[in-house]
Ligand binder design. Structure first.
Ligand code: AMP
Ligand code: MN
Ligand code: MN
Length: 324
């Protein structure tokens, strides 16, 4: 067995208290992966696991098995010492927000991730920057452990795969994704049911909010750059919650001309959370300059400035990536 997978198995067997972390602004990969490993540990090792999120928990993913087990990290005492802490899909430690101290205080901490920008902040680091999603890495681990994967776990891994490949469309979609999908379907997953649960259950106000934001997009450099702003007042107009912005930036990128698309969203603190997508440009250097991270064509950062200032800075920086 892969040495790291065995080490993780030994740590789980020896642990009396286990916590699994998702990243702030949780998405389908971090939530699906969290549930997959939490349920796997409870099923196969008969241990109790605390599954926690940071920020707000998007109800878009409430169809996932045992979704109600998620606890807000803020409800965990910050001085609680776990035997084992596991982070899934967490590019940098600070993305666990107040969970970072709990992660650090654990007897052993494990970092399972697929971001190329991950620095390897765990005692055990299982990182593959080429993996399309963390669910793929978990499936490799579970397969080597040689336990049968329950349907609930398979469904969670499917959501991780489905969402991080953009429905098997992004550049990270390769042979291993389709092989894994086939294995998950063999375990009983229904692609149609998961697709509908994941993408076709939006509240009406979310569809209208997204249309409004998209229709106010600003284009630059002959339409190669698309920038959309989302202020708190836009959000309150539609009673929008954080998860309502999910998927907008991909709509902007769907324009034929667009090479780089950005969503600039005002945070509760008045700062600017940026979601960036590109077609062919490596945008990692851009977000690293602003203290963020991510993948080659999908990355993000939070700029601690109000939207108008962040907008100008980011636009200038992105324009420098686009040939005239
Ligand atoms: P998003 O635009 O929020 O969907 O994020 C796109 C990708 O970039 C995801 O893989 C995120 O994990 C990553 N990402 C977004 N914001 C940050 C950040 N502040 N620091 C590190 N990675 C980030
Ligand atoms: Mn993620
Ligand atoms: Mn991911």
């Amino acid at each position: 067995m892969n040495k790291l997978y065995l080490e993780l198995k030994n740590k789980i067997e020896a642990a009396n208290s286990i916590i699994v972390f998702s990243h702030v602004s949780p998405d389908g990969d971090t939530l699906g992966s969290n549930l997959a490993i939490s349920l796997m540990i409870e099923n196969c090792f008969n241990k109790k696991v605390d599954s926690v999120f940071a920020g707000s928990l998007p109800s878009l993913y409430s169809y996932l098995p045992d979704f109600n087990r998620f606890k807000d990290v803020q409800t965990i005492p910050s001085d609680k010492k776990y035997d084992l802490a596991i982070a899934v899909d967490v590019a940098s430690k600070d993305r666990m927000i107040s969970g970072t101290v709990i992660f650090d205080n654990a007897k052993t901490n494990v970092n399972i991730d697929h971001h190329k920008t991950n620095t390897g902040y765990g005692n055990i680091n299982i990182i593959d920057g080429e993996a399309a999603c963390v669910g793929i890495i978990l499936y490799r681990i579970f397969s080597e452990w040689n336990y049968k994967i329950p349907l609930d776990v398979a469904r969670c891994i499917y959501t991780s795969l489905l969402t991080d490949t953009g429905g098997f469309r992004y550049e990270n979609t390769g042979v291993e994704c389709f092989n894994l999908a086939a294995e998950l379907v063999k375990l009983g997953v229904s692609p149609m049911e998961e697709y509908r649960a994941c993408y076709e259950t939006k509240p009406q106000s979310m569809v209208q909010f997204q249309a409004y934001i998209v229709s106010n997009t600003l284009f630059y450099n002959n339409g190669k750059i698309a920038f959309a702003k989302i202020t708190r007042s836009d959000m309150s107009k539609f009673d929008a919650i954080d998860e309502y912005t999910e998927g907008i930036v991909e709509v902007l990128r769907s324009s034929k001309n667009v090479e780089i698309a950005a969503i600039l969203k005002e945070t509760k603190e008045g700062w600017t959370k940026v979601s960036l997508r590109s077609k062919n440009t490596n945008i990692i250097p851009v977000v690293l300059e602003f203290g963020g991270g991510g993948h080659t064509f999908a990355a993000g950062c939070t700029i601690k400035k109000p939207i108008p200032i962040a907008f100008d800075k980011l636009l200038k920086r992105i324009q420098s990536e686009i040939p005239a």
